[in-house]
Design a protein around this ligand. Sequence first.
Ligand SMILES: [Zn+2]
Length: 78
Amino acid sequence: MSLKITLGEMRAAGARAVLVYCRACGHGTRLDADRWPDDVRLSDLEPRFTCKACGARGADVRPDYSGGQRDGGTIYRR
Ligand SMILES: [Zn+2]
């Protein structure tokens, strides 16, 4: 299930990071989304990942809406 939203839309919705899950083994990681530009879709990122645990290519990428905080502080963007 791929999400067709862009990173810009995701950030506008309050997510600052993405959760990446391996489709093969379920290994997951959280990545700061600041590295990608606003016009990149989450579904565009999915084929780019290679699992560090099992080596499988492709992953599920989801917005991390819990990631409004960084270094223990709350960031309010407007
Ligand atoms: Zn894996």
